[in-house]
Structures are given as C-alpha cells and as structure tokens.
Design a protein around this ligand. Structure first.
Ligand SMILES: O=C(O)CCC(=O)C(=O)O
Ligand SMILES: [Fe+2]
Length: 226
C-alpha cells in the first residue's frame, strides 16, 4: 500500500533526525555492539534525572500502580510474560510535564507523538519477558493502534533506582545487558534504518532477584498519538 511506503519513509526519517540529535549531545553515549554489523541506534545518558526527581516519580508509581497490561497476542496464555505493576503518570502534573518535556527536547520529537509516560515497578521475581516495543501489524490490536499514532519508533526509559540484584534490561540479539543505574536514560530506535521494524531490538526486563526496580517508559509513535 502507498500509505505503508510513506509511513516507512517517515519512520526512517525520524530515526535519522533523532539519531543525529542524540549524537550531537555531549552527555549522550552511543552503545556499540561487537558482533552486530548492522547499525543499531541505542544510546544512554547518565544522570538524566536527578535523584530527587526519581524519588518523586517512585512515589507516584507506588500510589497508582496496578498489574501491567500486555498487548494481546499469541502470548496471551503466558501469565508470567509481564508480571510488573504499572501506571500512566499524570501527563499534566507539572513535575511529570517537566520530565516529559526534557525527554521530548532531547529527542526533538513533537510531544504529541509521545504516549503518556508509564511508570513501572517490579518486585522480586517480577519481569517483562523478551518482546519488541514495535507493533506487530498482523495482530488484532493493530487495527486500533494504527489510528492512534501508528507504529512505535523510539523508546525512552529511565531507571529510577537500583535493585539489589537482577532487573537488567537485556537485548539478547545484541548480547547486551544494562544494569539499572539511578537516573540513567536508555533510549533506542525500534526501527531499522529503512523504517521497518528492527527485530534485533528484542529486549526484556529481567527478573528482579533482590529489591525492587522502578522505571519510567515513553514510547514515541510515527504519527500523532495525542
Ligand atoms: O523493565 C525493563 O527493563 C524493560 C521495560 C520494557 O521493555 C518496556 O517497558 O517496554
Ligand atoms: Fe519494551
């Protein structure tokens, strides 16, 4: 379909433009992967949020978190797939708005393309098994999502604390694991350079072994979500 072609070009452009902006930022480090020949856009930013901001966000998550939802697909019978607790943060709360603006400002992405920030909490043993953040367009949920901003491009995640053990974000296809560090932003493009879904960006929130893990996640869409 012609629309698919333009959407793919648009996603490719979002990948390029955000990538250029991140590369130019003095606090952003690109993560390189030894065995992967295709370029991956995965970056981190230490101390992106202050510890006090992380603490405030943890308070909001504890106040509102309910069992996390899952996009229904062939995993719907796996009750262990995503066992964390989540909530949508209040988008118009001044403290949330400030953090949201900082993420959007860093990427240069129009805030209206961003889904509402989600807060997540993993207690000991809880996890989010390997998945892609992009939508699988052969699944029934896609009929709704295609009309509310379409495909997901970038994912921005901030670790709000450091669990005592476990809870890494792991990218098994890239043989890469990130240990949670308070205030650190991890951001990656879920699309390949040509604007098609990039299967290498499969990732998991590994089971927390000791302590509790808190993060916020923001997913950006190709089009307008708001
Ligand atoms: O908890 C993590 O480290 C990963 C979370 C995640 O993959 C997501 O929210 O989409
Ligand atoms: Fe994810």
């Amino acid at each position: 379909m012609i629309a698919d072609y333009f959407h793919r070009r648009q996603l490719a452009r979002i990948g390029r433009e955000v990538g250029e902006r991140l590369e130019a930022h003095p606090c952003v480090q690109r993560i390189s992967f030894d065995d992967v020949t295709v370029p991956m856009q995965v970056y981190c930013y230490q101390n992106f949020l202050h510890h006090s901001e992380c603490r405030d966000l943890i308070g909001m998550i504890d106040a509102d978190a309910v069992p996390s939802e899952l996009y229904r697909s062939d995993r719907e019978n796996d009750t262990a797939f995503r066992t964390s607790y989540s909530c949508n943060l209040d988008r118009w709360h001044p403290d949330v708005l400030r953090i949201d603006d900082r993420i959007c400002g860093l990427t240069g992405i129009d805030p209206r393309r961003g889904e509402t920030l989600q807060g997540q909490r993993y207690a000991k043993g809880q996890q989010f098994k390997p998945h892609h953040d992009y939508f699988h367009t052969d699944q029934s949920y896609w009929q709704k999502e295609r009309n509310s901003g379409g495909q997901r491009s970038w994912t921005a995640m901030v670790f709000l604390n450091e669990p005592k053990a476990g809870g890494e974000t792991e990218f098994p296809q890239l043989s890469f694991k990130m240990m949670p560090r308070t205030g650190m932003l991890l951001i990656w493009n879920n699309m390949a350079p040509d604007g098609s879904p990039n299967p290498y960006l499969l990732h998991s929130g590994n089971p927390v072994v000791a302590g509790t893990k808190y993060i916020i996640t923001k997913w950006f869409r190709r089009g307008l979500w708001l």
